[in-house]
Design a protein around this ligand. Sequence first.
Ligand code: ADE
Length: 248
Amino acid sequence: MKVSVITLFPEFFGSPLQTGILGRAHSEGRVAVELVDLRRFGEGRHQITDDYPFGGGAGMVLKPGPVVAAIESVRAATPDCRVVLLTPQGRLFRQTVAQELAGVGLAGGLALVCGRYEGYDERIRAYCDDEVSIGDFVLMGGECAALAIVEAAARLVPGVLGDEASTREESLSDGLLEYPQYTRPREFRGAEVPEVLLGGNHAVIAAWRRTQSLLRTAHRRPELLQGVELTAAERRLLRETSAGEAGE
Ligand code: ADE
């Protein structure tokens, strides 16, 4: 997967790109992250990238010239890339978007544009293909958002995680929250591991996990169920169960 990150703070990404699974994926070239220093495209002797807002108001606004020049330099090297502006006004990032962007990064490449200061000059939007927000909160800049997107997409790239099954089975990959997990000891301060998990009957365990995922999702994030295909029996279970119990 190829990702170009346009940012005023390339150093922000230093440690994450050298650490853990992402560090290995980066050094092996499975996740090639190119950091594009927006300052290089700044204007004048001081390489200015921001200016006061027309009409007044607090804070500074990113100038269109440097950002568009940075985008064009990425497009020149990666003509098929998708340029994504990171902004709280974008479509919400979720697992389905991570899957989509991982595919885009593997095909033509992905470019993530990180803002800073109070915002972007509105005319920058015309040079981007997409806008994404990582949640309904305002960060100081797009760098954290870019990192979250790179992490979520990178782990979907074939070969990045050792055990491919873990991306298939985990939370949200099927649209549901993950079932409860346990490891040793069998009893911890009086709390026991559910008996069903100790029996070794894989079909029974799979059925228990599916039920737990459904109940937990119904209790904690009921809106997620709208995007999930349920059997008639599962629909009945959700109707009959007061979501408070196993969903805790
Ligand atoms: N920049 C500032 N806040 C953001 C958010 N929530 N998502 C993406 N980019 C941002």
